[in-house]
Ligand binder design. Structure first.
Ligand code: HAM
Length: 421
């Protein structure tokens, strides 16, 4: 029978990549928790109009990339293409802003965009994101950039390129649109159909266009910085001072507008080898726009697939020991030894994969080797009778005996691991 294959642009994540993901998540969650962020679990399915209202009707994401469908009652639903809109909707709906209005959250999960699949670009991908609500100050904008860089450093990703810009407030954007319209002027007829439409409906979205001819025209357009109003300029300058103090190298890319409409003020992207790993910025109007109170916010998200690909983390915590029995051993002894190894109370807390089946020991050893284990804990009838275990190092062939009741068991095993690592 023909095997059923996975859907194009969607990946299976299996060991060892899955273990790398676990490690990246552990690092990211710990770092964010240490800054007061708390976890949130968001639905994958939302009403479609959440995204058109939040991300923007005229963005590539909403126009071309959403997985939209109708449920049995004919309601328009979508698979979420990102987490910021869902997080805002959820916190409004759960009344989280009714208190102080300030809240810091992080989330992780699959997102869906119908893009052309290629290396690092998938139709189902995973984002880890964080959002800080209720505070408007350049220091928090800089702090979230610091967190993003912190995640990359801890995940052993190479030196990132940080690009920043400000997309200003409504007034700045309307000023910038006028400048752009004036600058494009006579070349309007040379633009693609999408860009000609966007020129009138949502001018900034012309920058999302991937058409080379359009890109060529846009490369000489003036940047955003010249259109910033006095207060947005002051805010952006302060933000940059914080980044300087944090000794981050960055480049102001005044044409960085981001592909989502909700941004206001500072935005950033962290790229490595031409691929955007983490991106985000400030979005002060979104909560209100979605029917909530007037709560300012900023945040970012990274793509797990991209970050994992570039991360040099290794040596993931797969089980450390393979446990194999020979002969007829009392179950109570087996369970006692396993519990001892796995229980942190005993100071051991090792990961142990056990094979206590009747399969021949040679086959069990072969399995351990195939699965990449270096150490096998062996228990035969003699060992069970004398409350002992043997640990065999499959790489060196050396076998060491330990007494299960030895008070120094954990120290001695650690010593063995240190000596042969
Ligand atoms: P975004 O730039 O659309 O921003 O996506 C954030 C990150 O998700 C990207 O930098 C990239 O690493 C990853 N990503 C996006 N599309 C794909 C894809 N097709 N395949 C693989 N990875 C992908 C947002 O989504 C905003 N919600 C970020 C944010 C949070 N802004 C404020 N808070």
């Amino acid at each position: 029978m023909e095997p059923i294959r996975k859907v194009r642009g969607i990946r299976d994540i299996v060991f060892p990549e899955s273990a790398k993901w676990d490690e990246i998540l552990r690092i990211s969650r710990n770092l964010l928790r240490s800054y007061g962020y708390r976890s949130i679990y968001l639905p994958v399915i939302e009403f479609s109009n959440l995204f058109s209202r939040a991300i923007g009707e005229d963005t590539d994401i909403v126009l071309k990339e959403m997985y939209n469908f109708k449920d049995r009652k004919g309601r328009d639903l979508s698979l979420r293409p990102e987490g910021t809109a869902s997080a805002a909707r959820a916190l409004i709906e759960q009344n989280v802003f009714s208190g102080s209005g300030s809240e810091k959250i992080f989330y992780f999960g699959p997102m869906f965009r119908y893009e052309r699949p290629q290396e690092g670009r998938y139709r189902q991908f995973h984002q880890f994101g964080c959002e800080a609500y209720g505070e408007k100050s350049p220091s928090i904008d800089a702090e979230i950039v610091g967190l993003a860089v912190g995640v990359l450093l801890e995940c052993k990703v190479g030196i990132p390129e940080l690009q920043v810009n400000s997309v200003g407030c409504r007034e700045c954007r309307s000023e910038y649109k006028k400048t752009i319209k004036k600058s494009i002027g006579g070349k309007l007829s040379e633009l693609c159909d999408d860009c000609r439409r966007r020129f009138d409906t949502n001018t900034l979205r012309i920058f999302d266009c991937k058409n080379e001819k359009c890109q060529d025209i846009y490369k000489d357009l003036p940047g955003f910085s010249e259109s910033l109003c006095a207060s947005c300029k002051e805010y952006f300058d302060e933000y940059r001072k914080y980044l300087d103090e944090m000794q981050f190298e960055y480049r102001v890319n005044s044409r960085l507008v981001r592909g989502l409409d909700y941004y206001t003020g500072p935005v950033f992207e962290i790229d490595i080898s031409g691929s955007t790993l983490i991106a985000g910025g400030r979005y002060d109007n979104l909560i209100k726009q979605l029917g909530g109170p007037d709560v300012p916010a900023c945040g970012w998200a990274f793509g797990m697939e991209r970050l994992s690909e570039l991360s040099c983390l290794e040596d993931f915590s797969s089980p450390q020991f393979y446990f194999a029995t020979m002969g007829d051993i009392k179950k109570s002894y087996i369970l006692r030894v396993l519990e001892k190894f796995r229980d942190p109370k005993d100071g051991l807390d090792y990961a142990v994969e056990a094979d206590i089946s009747d399969v021949k020991i040679a086959k069990k050893m072969k399995n351990a080797d195939k699965k990449g284990y270096q150490y096998v804990i062996l228990i035969g009838e003699d060992e069970a009778e004398n409350e002992k275990i043997q640990i065999k190092n499959l790489r060196t062939g050396v076998q060491t005996e330990f007494s299960v009741n030895d008070n120094e068991l954990s120290k001695k095993i650690d010593g063995m691991l240190e000596g042969t690592r």
